[in-house]
Structures are given as structure tokens and as C-alpha cells.
Write a protein that binds this ligand. Structure first.
Ligand code: ADP
Ligand code: AMP
Length: 217
């Protein structure tokens, strides 16, 4: 099973994907997480991606497709895959179709998470992330037990530089211009596109997400 989690930054894709991946023993493939890891490790890809990420712009399609292709090659065939934050352009969607085809797989469903911009802005302003283990918190909705410290691994939490207000504005613009067209791209195709209202409590969103995924399995 291959599922795409589509939706704007801050809508809760990562939060929901981590939980479902744990329940289904699925691979959670977040291109944002993979790029941040590449930056931390100082790889050539990480260096190339840095300026785009800092500006809130998209990293070029060919770099992303190379990254995804390489990452998928390391995932056991048959493992369920949840894509989070990928694809983000129609060129990436087409590229994904090709890569999956080579592996004898296809996209089984697209889950579109939706919430108003003011919800996204508030969530991103309160997001705190653990650079060591990837755990995500929110100072308003899901604070860590001890301020700025990861409950899971004890790492020091950060407010991502690209969660600063100006960059968030840019990222929302980029989503509208370059990623939102994927809704029409996928809607009406063989794989179903299911909308989930994400401006609700995490558990309520998860219940609908879970049901949507069951429906496309
Ligand atoms: P995305 O992966 O879509 O960018 P995240 O999963 O990182 O979004 O969530 C963005 C922020 O909002 C995080 O701080 C997270 O803890 C918080 N969050 C996620 N889902 C909810 C929710 N349903 N209600 C309140 N806060 C949420
Ligand atoms: P995210 O963690 O999904 O919010 O992504 C953080 C940043 O990484 C984005 O603002 C982009 O600069 C870059 N990025 C992540 N995924 C992609 C992608 N699929 N295509 C292009 N850029 C991406």
C-alpha cells in the first residue's frame, strides 16, 4: 500500500503519519525530514537544498526525485509506505508514478488534510522539533514535559528557522501555487482522494485518517 499525505505546512501530516506508521508497521517517508538529515550530515544534497529550504521555497524536483528513489530502494518490498510532504509538484507526482512503476507498485490513495490558514500559522508558530529523534511538539497544543527538552530522547528542542512568520507566509504561498494543483491532478484518478478536516483534535483527525486509509486498502 502506498498512500500520499497531502496538505499545507502545519496541517498535521507528520503528526498523523508517525502514528499510523507505528500502527501499520509502515515506512514514513518525509522528504522534509530526509532533507534536514542531509543538512545535518553536511552531504552534497544537504548543501544544495539549504538555500531553498531557508527561503521557504521548494528544492528542485530532480534532487527530490533522486532522494526518494534512493530512499525507496532501501525499503523492504511490500512494506506499506506513507509519503509525507511529497510529491509537492506535478513533476514530482509524475516522477513518483515512474519510480513506483519500476518497483511494480502504484499510489493506492491520497489523503488531503485541510485546515484554515490561521490554524496553520498558529500551529507553526508553536511547533517545536527535536533535531535528534524527529519528535514534534507544540507549545500550545502538545507541550513537552520539560520546556525545550524532548520527552522521548532528552534532546534540545528547536523552533525551526523556516517556521518563522515571514518564511511561513512564503511556504503557504508556495503550497497554494505549486502543490495545491495536485488535488486536481489526483482527484478522479484510479486512486481515491479523500479529504480529512484537520482543524480538530489529533485523535479525531486520526480516527478519520485511519478510516480513510482502511477505505483505500
Ligand atoms: P506538517 O507535517 O503537516 O507540517 P506537523 O504534524 O508537524 O505538520 O504539525 C504542525 C504543528 O501542529 C506541530 O507543532 C504539531 O504538534 C501540531 N499539531 C498537529 N496536529 C494538530 C492538531 N490536530 N491539533 C493541534 N495541534 C496539532
Ligand atoms: P517540510 O518539513 O515538509 O515542511 O519541508 C521543509 C522544506 O523542505 C520545504 O519548505 C522545502 O524547502 C523542502 N522540501 C520538503 N519536501 C519537499 C519536496 N517534496 N519538494 C521540494 N521541496 C521540499
Amino acid at each position: 500500500m502506498v498512500i500520499i499525505l497531502l496538505g499545507p505546512p502545519g496541517v498535521g501530516k507528520g503528526t498523523q503519519a508517525v502514528r499510523l506508521a507505528e500502527e501499520l508497521y509502515a515506512a514514513h517517508v518525509s522528504t522534509g525530514d530526509l532533507l534536514r538529515a542531509a543538512r545535518r550530515e553536511g552531504t552534497e544534497l544537504g548543501q544544495k537544498a539549504q538555500a531553498y529550504m531557508d527561503a521557504g521555497d521548494l528544492v528542485p524536483d530532480e534532487l527530490i526525485l533522486g532522494l526518494v528513489r534512493e530512499h525507496l530502494a532501501g525499503i523492504e518490498p511490500g512494506t506499506a509506505v506513507l509519503f509525507d510532504g511529497f510529491p509537492r509538484t506535478t513533476a514530482q507526482a509524475d516522477g513518483l508514478g515512474g519510480v513506483l512503476g519500476e518497483l511494480g507498485r502504484r499510489v493506492d490513495g491520497v489523503i488531503l488534510f485541510e485546515a484554515p490558514d490561521e490554524t496553520l500559522v498558529k500551529r507553526l508558530s508553536g511547533r517545536r522539533s527535536c533535531p535528534d529523534c524527529g519528535a514534534v511538539y507544540n507549545v500550545y497544543y502538545n507541550p513537552p514535559g520539560a520546556e525545550d527538552t524532548c520527552d522521548r530522547c532528552g534532546g534540545s528542542l528547536v523552533h525551526r528557522a523556516d517556521d518563522a512568520p515571514d518564511t511561513v507566509t512564503r511556504r503557504l504561498e508556495v503550497y497554494r501555487d505549486q502543490t495545491a494543483p495536485l488535488v486536481a491532478h489526483y482527484d478522479g484518478q484510479a486512486a481515491p482522494l479523500v479529504r480529512v478536516r484537520a482543524d480538530r483534535a489529533v485523535d479525531d483527525v486520526y480516527a478519520d485518517f485511519r478510516e480513510a486509509v482502511e477505505g483505500v486498502r
